[in-house]
Ligand binder design. Structure first.
Ligand code: PLP
Length: 437
Protein backbone atom coordinates (compact mmCIF):
# COMPACT_ATOMS: atom_id res chain seq x y z
CA UNK A 1 0.00 0.00 0.00
CA UNK A 2 1.50 3.32 -1.06
CA UNK A 3 1.27 6.46 1.08
CA UNK A 4 2.64 9.93 0.34
CA UNK A 5 2.84 11.45 3.80
CA UNK A 6 3.15 10.05 7.31
CA UNK A 7 -0.12 11.75 8.32
CA UNK A 8 -1.94 9.48 5.86
CA UNK A 9 -1.02 6.57 8.14
CA UNK A 10 -3.06 7.96 11.01
CA UNK A 11 -6.32 6.15 11.73
CA UNK A 12 -8.06 3.34 9.84
CA UNK A 13 -6.63 0.94 12.39
CA UNK A 14 -7.65 -2.73 12.36
CA UNK A 15 -10.52 -4.03 14.47
CA UNK A 16 -9.60 -7.50 15.70
CA UNK A 17 -12.17 -10.03 16.89
CA UNK A 18 -10.73 -11.76 19.94
CA UNK A 19 -11.04 -15.52 20.02
CA UNK A 20 -14.01 -16.43 22.29
CA UNK A 21 -12.20 -19.66 23.24
CA UNK A 22 -9.43 -17.51 24.69
CA UNK A 23 -11.48 -14.82 26.50
CA UNK A 24 -13.90 -17.51 27.62
CA UNK A 25 -16.94 -15.28 28.33
CA UNK A 26 -20.08 -16.99 27.01
CA UNK A 27 -22.15 -14.82 24.66
CA UNK A 28 -19.46 -12.15 24.28
CA UNK A 29 -18.24 -10.99 20.89
CA UNK A 30 -15.21 -8.93 21.81
CA UNK A 31 -13.29 -6.70 19.43
CA UNK A 32 -10.08 -4.76 20.02
CA UNK A 33 -9.57 -1.47 18.17
CA UNK A 34 -5.83 -1.60 17.59
CA UNK A 35 -4.83 2.01 18.10
CA UNK A 36 -1.23 1.02 18.79
CA UNK A 37 -0.87 0.51 15.05
CA UNK A 38 -1.08 4.26 14.46
CA UNK A 39 2.25 5.58 13.06
CA UNK A 40 3.56 7.22 16.26
CA UNK A 41 2.26 4.36 18.33
CA UNK A 42 -0.97 5.37 20.01
CA UNK A 43 -4.59 6.49 19.99
CA UNK A 44 -3.28 10.05 20.46
CA UNK A 45 -1.94 10.28 16.90
CA UNK A 46 -5.49 10.92 15.76
CA UNK A 47 -6.16 13.87 18.03
CA UNK A 48 -2.71 15.40 17.72
CA UNK A 49 -3.36 15.65 13.99
CA UNK A 50 -7.05 16.46 14.47
CA UNK A 51 -6.20 19.48 16.64
CA UNK A 52 -3.71 21.04 14.18
CA UNK A 53 -4.59 19.73 10.72
CA UNK A 54 -6.85 22.63 9.75
CA UNK A 55 -4.44 25.22 11.16
CA UNK A 56 -1.10 23.92 9.91
CA UNK A 57 -0.66 26.35 7.02
CA UNK A 58 -1.39 29.37 9.24
CA UNK A 59 0.75 28.03 12.07
CA UNK A 60 3.74 27.57 9.76
CA UNK A 61 3.22 30.98 8.12
CA UNK A 62 2.94 32.64 11.55
CA UNK A 63 6.00 30.81 12.95
CA UNK A 64 3.92 29.59 15.91
CA UNK A 65 5.07 27.31 18.70
CA UNK A 66 2.65 24.62 19.79
CA UNK A 67 2.11 24.29 23.53
CA UNK A 68 0.40 21.38 25.31
CA UNK A 69 -0.02 19.65 28.65
CA UNK A 70 0.90 16.02 28.21
CA UNK A 71 3.02 13.39 29.89
CA UNK A 72 3.19 10.94 27.06
CA UNK A 73 1.40 9.90 23.94
CA UNK A 74 -0.03 13.28 22.89
CA UNK A 75 3.37 14.88 23.34
CA UNK A 76 5.05 12.19 21.23
CA UNK A 77 2.55 12.49 18.39
CA UNK A 78 2.47 16.30 18.49
CA UNK A 79 6.26 16.47 18.49
CA UNK A 80 6.59 14.31 15.38
CA UNK A 81 3.85 16.26 13.61
CA UNK A 82 5.38 19.58 14.66
CA UNK A 83 8.84 18.48 13.51
CA UNK A 84 7.74 17.30 10.07
CA UNK A 85 5.96 20.63 9.55
CA UNK A 86 8.87 22.71 10.84
CA UNK A 87 7.04 23.84 13.99
CA UNK A 88 8.30 23.93 17.56
CA UNK A 89 6.49 22.35 20.50
CA UNK A 90 6.65 23.12 24.20
CA UNK A 91 5.27 20.45 26.55
CA UNK A 92 4.45 20.96 30.20
CA UNK A 93 3.72 18.16 32.60
CA UNK A 94 3.71 17.54 36.28
CA UNK A 95 6.19 14.75 35.89
CA UNK A 96 6.64 12.12 33.23
CA UNK A 97 6.60 9.03 35.39
CA UNK A 98 7.81 6.58 32.76
CA UNK A 99 11.49 6.68 31.84
CA UNK A 100 11.12 5.41 28.27
CA UNK A 101 8.56 8.11 27.50
CA UNK A 102 10.80 10.87 28.83
CA UNK A 103 13.74 9.50 26.83
CA UNK A 104 11.77 9.35 23.59
CA UNK A 105 10.50 12.90 24.07
CA UNK A 106 14.05 14.11 24.66
CA UNK A 107 15.25 12.16 21.63
CA UNK A 108 12.56 13.80 19.52
CA UNK A 109 13.84 17.19 20.69
CA UNK A 110 10.81 18.12 22.80
CA UNK A 111 11.12 21.27 24.90
CA UNK A 112 9.86 19.49 28.02
CA UNK A 113 9.15 21.34 31.25
CA UNK A 114 8.41 19.17 34.27
CA UNK A 115 6.51 20.96 37.02
CA UNK A 116 5.72 19.84 40.52
CA UNK A 117 2.10 18.90 41.08
CA UNK A 118 0.06 21.39 43.10
CA UNK A 119 0.05 19.19 46.17
CA UNK A 120 3.83 18.83 45.94
CA UNK A 121 4.61 22.49 46.39
CA UNK A 122 5.26 24.10 49.72
CA UNK A 123 2.67 26.71 48.84
CA UNK A 124 -0.39 25.23 47.14
CA UNK A 125 -1.78 28.72 46.58
CA UNK A 126 1.02 29.49 44.12
CA UNK A 127 -0.47 29.00 40.65
CA UNK A 128 2.20 26.64 39.40
CA UNK A 129 -0.02 23.88 38.07
CA UNK A 130 0.35 22.92 34.42
CA UNK A 131 -2.69 24.79 33.15
CA UNK A 132 -2.01 28.11 34.84
CA UNK A 133 1.65 27.88 33.90
CA UNK A 134 0.63 27.45 30.26
CA UNK A 135 -1.67 30.47 30.57
CA UNK A 136 1.20 32.54 32.02
CA UNK A 137 3.59 31.47 29.27
CA UNK A 138 1.08 32.31 26.56
CA UNK A 139 0.34 35.71 28.12
CA UNK A 140 4.05 36.49 28.39
CA UNK A 141 4.51 36.39 24.61
CA UNK A 142 1.23 37.23 22.93
CA UNK A 143 0.90 35.72 19.47
CA UNK A 144 3.72 33.22 19.82
CA UNK A 145 1.89 30.10 20.97
CA UNK A 146 -0.89 27.88 19.68
CA UNK A 147 -2.39 25.97 22.58
CA UNK A 148 -3.76 22.67 21.30
CA UNK A 149 -5.38 22.15 24.71
CA UNK A 150 -6.32 18.47 24.52
CA UNK A 151 -8.15 18.62 27.88
CA UNK A 152 -10.67 21.18 26.67
CA UNK A 153 -10.50 21.15 22.88
CA UNK A 154 -13.73 19.84 21.31
CA UNK A 155 -11.64 18.66 18.31
CA UNK A 156 -10.35 15.94 20.62
CA UNK A 157 -13.87 14.52 20.84
CA UNK A 158 -14.99 15.17 17.26
CA UNK A 159 -11.83 13.63 15.81
CA UNK A 160 -12.71 10.34 17.51
CA UNK A 161 -16.33 10.70 16.54
CA UNK A 162 -15.44 11.25 12.89
CA UNK A 163 -12.70 8.64 12.67
CA UNK A 164 -12.52 5.98 15.43
CA UNK A 165 -16.30 5.79 15.86
CA UNK A 166 -17.06 5.81 12.14
CA UNK A 167 -14.44 3.14 11.44
CA UNK A 168 -15.93 0.78 14.03
CA UNK A 169 -19.44 1.49 12.72
CA UNK A 170 -18.32 0.72 9.17
CA UNK A 171 -16.65 -2.51 10.27
CA UNK A 172 -19.32 -4.05 12.55
CA UNK A 173 -22.22 -1.57 12.90
CA UNK A 174 -23.76 -0.87 16.29
CA UNK A 175 -22.42 -2.52 19.44
CA UNK A 176 -23.63 -3.06 23.01
CA UNK A 177 -20.60 -2.00 25.01
CA UNK A 178 -17.60 0.31 24.54
CA UNK A 179 -14.71 0.21 27.01
CA UNK A 180 -11.73 2.54 27.14
CA UNK A 181 -9.32 4.28 29.50
CA UNK A 182 -9.91 7.86 30.62
CA UNK A 183 -7.21 10.47 30.16
CA UNK A 184 -8.75 13.47 28.46
CA UNK A 185 -11.89 11.35 27.79
CA UNK A 186 -11.75 12.30 24.09
CA UNK A 187 -11.41 8.75 22.73
CA UNK A 188 -14.28 7.20 24.67
CA UNK A 189 -16.61 10.20 24.33
CA UNK A 190 -16.04 10.71 20.62
CA UNK A 191 -16.21 7.04 19.71
CA UNK A 192 -19.30 6.44 21.87
CA UNK A 193 -21.10 9.49 20.50
CA UNK A 194 -20.81 8.08 16.99
CA UNK A 195 -21.69 4.49 17.92
CA UNK A 196 -24.72 5.55 19.99
CA UNK A 197 -26.28 6.84 16.78
CA UNK A 198 -26.50 3.19 15.72
CA UNK A 199 -27.47 1.82 19.13
CA UNK A 200 -28.72 4.46 21.61
CA UNK A 201 -28.76 1.77 24.33
CA UNK A 202 -25.05 1.15 23.98
CA UNK A 203 -23.24 1.32 27.33
CA UNK A 204 -19.98 3.20 27.72
CA UNK A 205 -17.50 2.14 30.37
CA UNK A 206 -14.68 4.49 31.33
CA UNK A 207 -11.61 3.08 33.06
CA UNK A 208 -9.44 4.85 35.65
CA UNK A 209 -6.89 3.70 38.18
CA UNK A 210 -7.75 3.48 41.85
CA UNK A 211 -6.91 6.69 43.68
CA UNK A 212 -3.66 5.67 45.33
CA UNK A 213 -2.38 3.75 42.31
CA UNK A 214 -0.76 4.65 38.97
CA UNK A 215 -1.43 3.24 35.51
CA UNK A 216 0.51 5.35 32.99
CA UNK A 217 -1.75 6.95 30.36
CA UNK A 218 -4.96 7.14 32.37
CA UNK A 219 -6.01 9.18 35.35
CA UNK A 220 -7.03 8.08 38.79
CA UNK A 221 -10.56 8.51 40.11
CA UNK A 222 -9.42 11.55 42.10
CA UNK A 223 -7.74 13.26 39.14
CA UNK A 224 -10.73 13.28 36.79
CA UNK A 225 -11.97 16.62 38.16
CA UNK A 226 -9.03 18.34 36.43
CA UNK A 227 -10.25 17.24 32.99
CA UNK A 228 -12.24 19.94 31.25
CA UNK A 229 -13.89 17.55 28.78
CA UNK A 230 -14.96 15.08 31.48
CA UNK A 231 -18.72 14.60 31.78
CA UNK A 232 -19.37 11.97 34.45
CA UNK A 233 -22.98 11.55 33.31
CA UNK A 234 -21.82 10.48 29.87
CA UNK A 235 -20.56 7.16 31.20
CA UNK A 236 -22.77 4.27 32.25
CA UNK A 237 -20.05 3.09 34.56
CA UNK A 238 -16.59 4.22 35.60
CA UNK A 239 -14.50 1.30 36.75
CA UNK A 240 -11.41 1.85 38.90
CA UNK A 241 -8.70 -0.75 38.34
CA UNK A 242 -5.59 -1.43 40.40
CA UNK A 243 -2.26 -1.55 38.59
CA UNK A 244 -1.80 -5.20 39.61
CA UNK A 245 -5.07 -6.11 37.85
CA UNK A 246 -4.12 -4.01 34.81
CA UNK A 247 -0.75 -5.73 34.53
CA UNK A 248 -2.26 -9.22 34.84
CA UNK A 249 -4.80 -8.42 32.13
CA UNK A 250 -2.07 -6.87 29.95
CA UNK A 251 -0.12 -10.13 30.20
CA UNK A 252 -3.25 -11.99 29.19
CA UNK A 253 -3.63 -9.81 26.09
CA UNK A 254 0.07 -10.15 25.25
CA UNK A 255 0.54 -13.84 25.87
CA UNK A 256 -2.83 -15.34 25.03
CA UNK A 257 -4.27 -12.95 22.45
CA UNK A 258 -1.01 -11.92 20.77
CA UNK A 259 -1.60 -8.19 21.32
CA UNK A 260 1.57 -6.36 22.39
CA UNK A 261 -0.31 -3.67 24.26
CA UNK A 262 0.39 -1.32 27.15
CA UNK A 263 -1.13 -1.33 30.66
CA UNK A 264 -4.13 0.89 29.89
CA UNK A 265 -5.34 -1.73 27.43
CA UNK A 266 -4.97 -4.31 30.18
CA UNK A 267 -6.92 -1.97 32.47
CA UNK A 268 -9.72 -1.80 29.86
CA UNK A 269 -9.77 -5.59 29.53
CA UNK A 270 -9.84 -6.02 33.32
CA UNK A 271 -12.66 -3.45 33.60
CA UNK A 272 -14.71 -5.20 30.92
CA UNK A 273 -14.33 -8.53 32.71
CA UNK A 274 -15.28 -6.91 36.02
CA UNK A 275 -18.33 -5.25 34.44
CA UNK A 276 -19.51 -8.53 32.93
CA UNK A 277 -18.92 -10.36 36.21
CA UNK A 278 -21.31 -7.93 37.94
CA UNK A 279 -23.69 -7.70 34.96
CA UNK A 280 -23.54 -11.15 33.35
CA UNK A 281 -24.83 -11.62 29.82
CA UNK A 282 -28.19 -13.43 30.20
CA UNK A 283 -28.02 -17.05 29.09
CA UNK A 284 -28.79 -17.40 25.39
CA UNK A 285 -28.32 -13.66 24.80
CA UNK A 286 -25.32 -12.03 23.15
CA UNK A 287 -23.24 -8.93 23.73
CA UNK A 288 -20.89 -7.21 21.32
CA UNK A 289 -18.16 -5.11 22.89
CA UNK A 290 -15.25 -3.04 21.62
CA UNK A 291 -12.28 -2.11 23.74
CA UNK A 292 -9.93 0.64 22.72
CA UNK A 293 -6.38 -0.63 22.74
CA UNK A 294 -4.40 2.57 23.13
CA UNK A 295 -0.70 1.84 22.80
CA UNK A 296 2.16 -0.67 22.86
CA UNK A 297 3.95 -2.49 25.65
CA UNK A 298 7.51 -1.41 24.81
CA UNK A 299 7.10 2.03 26.40
CA UNK A 300 6.37 0.48 29.75
CA UNK A 301 9.14 -2.06 30.30
CA UNK A 302 10.69 -0.12 33.21
CA UNK A 303 7.25 0.37 34.78
CA UNK A 304 6.58 -3.37 34.50
CA UNK A 305 10.07 -4.29 35.74
CA UNK A 306 9.75 -2.16 38.85
CA UNK A 307 6.34 -3.62 39.69
CA UNK A 308 6.87 -7.21 38.58
CA UNK A 309 10.62 -7.98 38.59
CA UNK A 310 9.92 -11.72 38.49
CA UNK A 311 8.67 -11.28 34.90
CA UNK A 312 12.22 -10.26 33.99
CA UNK A 313 13.95 -13.12 35.76
CA UNK A 314 14.64 -11.04 38.88
CA UNK A 315 13.68 -11.91 42.44
CA UNK A 316 10.36 -10.41 43.59
CA UNK A 317 11.18 -7.57 45.95
CA UNK A 318 9.22 -6.05 48.76
CA UNK A 319 8.04 -2.56 47.88
CA UNK A 320 6.54 0.21 50.02
CA UNK A 321 3.42 -0.03 47.84
CA UNK A 322 2.82 -3.57 49.15
CA UNK A 323 2.30 -2.44 52.77
CA UNK A 324 -1.21 -2.67 54.17
CA UNK A 325 -3.02 0.46 55.34
CA UNK A 326 -2.65 -0.78 58.95
CA UNK A 327 1.12 -1.11 58.50
CA UNK A 328 1.30 2.39 57.01
CA UNK A 329 -0.79 3.80 59.86
CA UNK A 330 1.66 2.33 62.38
CA UNK A 331 4.61 4.36 61.01
CA UNK A 332 6.43 6.56 63.52
CA UNK A 333 5.77 10.26 62.91
CA UNK A 334 7.59 13.38 63.99
CA UNK A 335 5.65 16.62 64.51
CA UNK A 336 6.95 19.83 62.95
CA UNK A 337 7.77 21.34 66.36
CA UNK A 338 9.72 18.21 67.34
CA UNK A 339 11.64 18.24 64.07
CA UNK A 340 12.85 21.81 64.70
CA UNK A 341 14.65 20.55 67.79
CA UNK A 342 16.27 17.72 65.79
CA UNK A 343 17.70 19.98 63.09
CA UNK A 344 21.06 20.51 64.80
CA UNK A 345 21.68 16.77 65.22
CA UNK A 346 24.10 15.53 62.52
CA UNK A 347 22.65 12.00 62.84
CA UNK A 348 19.22 13.11 61.64
CA UNK A 349 18.92 12.59 57.87
CA UNK A 350 16.07 14.55 56.26
CA UNK A 351 14.85 13.17 52.94
CA UNK A 352 12.45 15.21 50.81
CA UNK A 353 10.63 12.88 48.39
CA UNK A 354 9.07 15.54 46.13
CA UNK A 355 10.15 16.40 42.60
CA UNK A 356 13.24 18.52 41.96
CA UNK A 357 11.36 21.73 41.26
CA UNK A 358 9.17 21.57 44.37
CA UNK A 359 12.31 20.85 46.39
CA UNK A 360 14.12 23.83 44.88
CA UNK A 361 11.22 26.15 45.68
CA UNK A 362 11.46 25.30 49.36
CA UNK A 363 12.43 22.43 51.67
CA UNK A 364 13.11 21.73 55.33
CA UNK A 365 16.63 23.05 56.07
CA UNK A 366 19.26 20.42 55.48
CA UNK A 367 16.96 18.01 53.64
CA UNK A 368 18.33 16.08 50.71
CA UNK A 369 16.12 15.39 47.69
CA UNK A 370 15.35 11.82 46.65
CA UNK A 371 12.29 11.89 44.44
CA UNK A 372 9.73 9.19 45.30
CA UNK A 373 10.28 7.02 42.22
CA UNK A 374 14.08 7.11 42.61
CA UNK A 375 13.78 6.42 46.33
CA UNK A 376 11.57 3.40 45.68
CA UNK A 377 14.02 2.10 43.08
CA UNK A 378 16.78 2.36 45.67
CA UNK A 379 14.70 0.70 48.37
CA UNK A 380 13.96 -2.32 46.20
CA UNK A 381 17.73 -2.96 46.10
CA UNK A 382 18.12 -2.63 49.90
CA UNK A 383 18.49 0.39 52.16
CA UNK A 384 20.91 3.15 51.13
CA UNK A 385 20.75 4.74 54.62
CA UNK A 386 23.14 4.19 57.55
CA UNK A 387 21.56 2.06 60.28
CA UNK A 388 22.75 4.49 62.98
CA UNK A 389 20.89 7.55 61.60
CA UNK A 390 17.46 8.81 62.46
CA UNK A 391 15.64 9.18 59.13
CA UNK A 392 12.88 11.73 58.53
CA UNK A 393 10.88 11.51 55.31
CA UNK A 394 9.11 14.58 54.01
CA UNK A 395 6.45 14.59 51.32
CA UNK A 396 3.69 17.11 50.43
CA UNK A 397 1.19 16.26 53.18
CA UNK A 398 2.68 13.40 55.16
CA UNK A 399 0.90 10.49 53.46
CA UNK A 400 3.52 9.05 51.17
CA UNK A 401 6.27 9.63 53.74
CA UNK A 402 4.35 7.45 56.24
CA UNK A 403 4.54 4.54 53.83
CA UNK A 404 8.30 4.96 53.45
CA UNK A 405 8.81 5.36 57.19
CA UNK A 406 6.75 2.21 57.86
CA UNK A 407 8.71 0.27 55.23
CA UNK A 408 12.09 1.24 56.68
CA UNK A 409 10.94 0.74 60.28
CA UNK A 410 10.12 -2.85 59.35
CA UNK A 411 13.70 -3.13 58.11
CA UNK A 412 15.20 -2.04 61.40
CA UNK A 413 15.70 1.70 60.75
CA UNK A 414 14.69 4.51 63.05
CA UNK A 415 12.51 6.12 60.39
CA UNK A 416 9.85 8.83 60.79
CA UNK A 417 7.34 10.61 58.64
CA UNK A 418 7.02 14.40 59.00
CA UNK A 419 3.44 14.75 60.21
CA UNK A 420 1.45 16.88 57.74
CA UNK A 421 4.42 17.07 55.36
CA UNK A 422 5.97 20.20 53.93
CA UNK A 423 2.60 21.95 54.01
CA UNK A 424 2.40 21.60 57.83
CA UNK A 425 6.00 22.79 58.13
CA UNK A 426 5.22 25.86 56.04
CA UNK A 427 1.91 26.54 57.82
CA UNK A 428 3.69 26.50 61.17
CA UNK A 429 5.82 29.36 59.87
CA UNK A 430 9.13 27.48 59.85
CA UNK A 431 11.93 28.51 57.54
CA UNK A 432 12.25 26.90 54.14
CA UNK A 433 15.60 26.49 52.47
CA UNK A 434 15.59 27.14 48.72
CA UNK A 435 17.76 25.92 45.85
CA UNK A 436 19.72 22.69 45.59
CA UNK A 437 22.30 21.29 47.97
C1 PLP B 1 -1.96 4.85 26.88
C2 PLP B 1 -3.22 5.63 26.99
N1 PLP B 1 -4.37 5.00 27.21
C3 PLP B 1 -5.53 5.67 27.33
C4 PLP B 1 -5.59 7.03 27.24
C5 PLP B 1 -6.91 7.76 27.39
O1 PLP B 1 -7.29 8.44 26.26
P1 PLP B 1 -8.17 9.77 26.30
O2 PLP B 1 -7.24 10.91 26.54
O3 PLP B 1 -8.78 9.84 24.95
O4 PLP B 1 -9.17 9.63 27.38
C6 PLP B 1 -4.42 7.70 27.05
C7 PLP B 1 -4.42 9.15 27.04
O5 PLP B 1 -3.42 9.81 27.21
C8 PLP B 1 -3.20 7.00 26.90
O6 PLP B 1 -2.03 7.64 26.70
Amino acid sequence: MLYNHVTELIGNTPLLRLDPQVHGIPGLELYAKLEYLNPFGSVKDRIAWGMIRDHVTDLVAGGKTLIEASSGNTAKALQVLASVHGLDLKVLTNRVKVGEVRDVLLLLGTDLEELPGLSECPDPTVPNDVFSTIATIIASEPGRYFHTSQYTNPDNVTTHQDTTGREIAADIGGIDLLVGGLGTTGSTRGTATQLKMLNPAMQTIGVVSTTEDFIPGIRSEAEMWEVGLFEPGFYDQIVAIRSTEAIDATLDLVRRHGLLVGPTSGAAYAALREHLRCNPIPEGAGCSAVMIVCDRIEWYLSYLRSRRPELFGQKPRARPADLTEAEVASAPVVRVDELTSWLGDPDVVRVDTRGAMAYRIGHVPGAINLRDDLLEDLLTQGSPFPASSRLVFICPIGEYSRRIAAFLTQRGHRAYSLDGGIVAWRDAGHALETGTR
